[in-house]
Design a protein around this ligand. Structure first.
Ligand code: NAD
Length: 416
C-alpha cells in the first residue's frame, strides 16, 4: 500500500492520537501541522519531524499554502469543523473529520456538499463503527442468529467523574459553546444504532434534562472551588480527589489529566484547581447540557429502539440488547451473549478473538480501526473501504437533531 501523507489540523488530544496511530501503521506520514498553541505545535513538529515551514499557526495559513498532503485530519473543537473542512476539501484534501460534523444541520450540510462536490474521500470519526466488537455484533445479526430484529435497547454509561470532567467543568459543558449532549457525546451512539440496525429511524422522541449539576442541588457548606470546600471529602465529584488520583496513575496522565495541567506534579495540579475551570464546584459551574437523556426510535419496518445516556453510572462500555424473533443478543462492549429461541442454547462471543485492531486500544480498537480504514481508502482511492461517507454521516446527525428537537418541543419528530 502506498504511503499516505497527512496534514494535521488541530494538534490537541484527538489530533495527536490519530497522528500517532497513522504513523504506527507504517503507512501514514504527518508532513504538516496547523496548531495555534506554540507548545503543542513545536512538540508535534518535533515528534513527526515536520519542517518548520510546514508548521502553521492555524488551518487558514495551512490552506493558504495550497495542497501539501494527500489528506487532512481535522481535530479542532466542535465549532471549528465547518470552515477548515469545506476549504480543505475544496483544495482536494481527503478529509478525516472529528465528530460531531458541526453544531448545526446547515453547517454539516455544507460540509457534506463540499465533500461530494470535491469528490474527496471523507470520513467522520465515528470510531465505534470500527471496533472488533461492532464487527462481531453485525456479523451475528447478519448470520440470522436472532431472526428479525424487533427491539433494541442501548445504554451509554458516561460515568460520574467523566461527566463532571467533560460536561460540567470541561469543553462540552455548554450547548452554545460546543453543542447539546446528544450531539457532542451521543452522536456516536445514534450513528452506531443506525449502523447496527441497518436503517435510520422514521420517528424519534426524546426526554432529558440537567437534573443534578445545578445551583439548586448545591449542598449546604459547599464552596465555589473544591480546594476551599469543607464537604469536598464526601462529595462524589471532588476535583481534588479525581485529579490527585490521576496523578498517581500514569494511564490517566494523557487523559483526563493533561486537559487540566501540562505538568504532572501535585503543586501544578493544585494550582490548576485553584485557578482553572477544572477546580470548580459542580454545583456552581456555567454548564447547561443534560445529565440524562432517553431517545425512542421507530424504524421503518416497525422495529423500535431506546437509547439512554446517563451521567450517573460507572464509566464503561456501551451496553446493548438486541431482541429478535428467533433469538437475543446481549452485548457489553467486549462480549456478546446469544440465546437461540429454537434450542434454548446460549453462547458467548468475545471481541478479543475477532482479529483486526486490538479491542484493548483507544475506543476499544475503534481509533486504530478507523485510521487503518481511512489510510487504506485514501491509498486505494476506494471510499468503500470506509463504513460511512459524508452523506451517511449527515443522515445520522439528522437523527440527533430530530431527537434534540423532540426533547425541546415535546413532540414526536418524523424523519423524511
Ligand atoms: N471521536 C471521538 O470519540 C472523540 C473523542 C473526544 C473528542 N472528540 C472530538 O474531537 C475534537 C477535538 O477534541 P480534543 O479533545 O482533541 O480538543 P483539544 O482542545 O484538545 O484540541 C483541539 C485543538 O485545536 C486547536 N485549534 C484551535 N484553533 C485552531 C485553528 N485555527 N487551526 C488549527 N488548530 C486549531 C487547539 O489549539 C487545540 O490544540 C472535538 O470536536 C471533540 O468533540 C472526538
Amino acid at each position: 500500500m502506498p504511503e499516505v501523507t497527512l496534514a494535521l489540523v488541530g494538534a490537541g488530544q484527538r489530533g495527536q492520537a490519530y497522528a500517532r496511530l497513522a504513523v504506527a501503521t507504517g503507512r501514514g506520514r504527518v508532513v504538516a501541522v496547523a496548531e495555534p498553541d506554540p507548545r503543542r505545535r513545536a512538540a508535534v513538529a518535533a515528534e513527526f519531524k515536520i519542517p518548520p515551514q510546514r508548521a502553521y499557526a492555524g488551518w487558514a495559513d495551512l490552506a493558504a499554502a495550497g495542497k501539501l498532503a494527500d489528506a487532512a485530519v481535522i481535530a479542532t473543537q466542535d465549532r471549528m469543523h465547518r470552515d477548515p473542512a469545506v476549504r480543505l476539501a475544496g483544495l482536494g484534501y481527503h478529509i478525516l473529520l472529528e465528530k460531531p460534523m458541526a453544531p448545526t444541520e446547515p453547517e454539516a450540510s455544507e460540509i457534506a456538499e463540499a465533500a461530494v462536490r470535491s469528490g474527496v474521500i471523507f470520513a467522520i470519526c465515528h470510531v465505534l463503527r470500527y471496533t472488533p466488537y461492532t464487527r462481531m455484533v453485525r456479523r451475528l445479526l447478519a448470520e440470522g442468529r436472532i431472526g428479525r430484529l424487533v427491539s433494541v435497547q442501548h445504554l451509554e454509561p458516561v460515568g460520574w467523574w467523566h461527566y463532571a470532567h467533560s460536561f460540567v467543568r470541561g469543553n462540552w459543558r455548554r450547548a452554545d459553546t460546543s453543542g447539546p449532549m446528544l450531539l457532542t457525546k451521543s452522536c456516536h451512539d445514534i450513528d452506531w444504532l443506525v449502523y447496527v440496525v441497518g436503517a435510520a429511524p422514521a420517528r424519534v422522541s426524546s426526554f432529558g434534562s440537567l437534573t443534578h449539576f445545578r445551583a439548586t442541588e448545591r449542598p449546604a457548606g459547599a464552596a465555589d472551588r473544591c480546594l476551599d470546600c469543607g464537604i469536598e471529602a464526601t462529595c462524589p465529584y471532588s476535583a481534588k480527589r479525581l485529579y490527585l488520583d490521576c496523578l498517581a496513575d500514569p494511564d490517566r496522565h494523557a487523559w483526563p489529566l493533561s486537559t487540566v495541567t501540562a505538568e504532572f506534579t501535585e503543586p501544578a495540579v493544585l494550582d490548576a484547581l485553584r485557578t482553572g475551570p477544572y477546580g470548580r464546584c459542580v454545583y456552581g459551574s456555567d454548564n447547561d447540557v443534560v445529565d440524562h437523556q432517553v431517545v425512542n426510535l421507530e424504524f421503518p419496518d416497525g422495529a423500535t429502539g431506546t437509547f439512554t445516556m446517563s451521567a450517573f453510572t460507572p464509566m464503561g462500555h456501551r451496553q446493548t440488547r438486541l431482541m429478535g424473533t428467533h433469538g437475543y443478543l446481549e452485548g457489553n462492549g467486549e462480549t456478546v451473549r446469544h440465546v437461540d429461541f429454537r434450542t434454548g442454547a446460549e453462547q458467548t462471543f468475545d471481541a478479543a478473538t475477532e482479529g483486526g485492531p486490538s479491542a484493548a486500544g483507544g475506543h476499544s480498537g475503534g481509533d486504530e480501526g478507523l485510521i487503518e480504514a481511512f489510510l487504506a481508502a485514501v491509498a486505494a482511492g476506494d471510499p468503500t473501504l470506509l463504513s460511512s461517507d459524508a452523506t451517511e454521516s449527515l443522515a445520522t446527525h439528522r437523527v440527533v437533531w430530530a431527537a434534540e428537537r423532540s426533547r425541546q418541543t415535546g413532540e414526536t419528530v418524523s424523519l423524511p
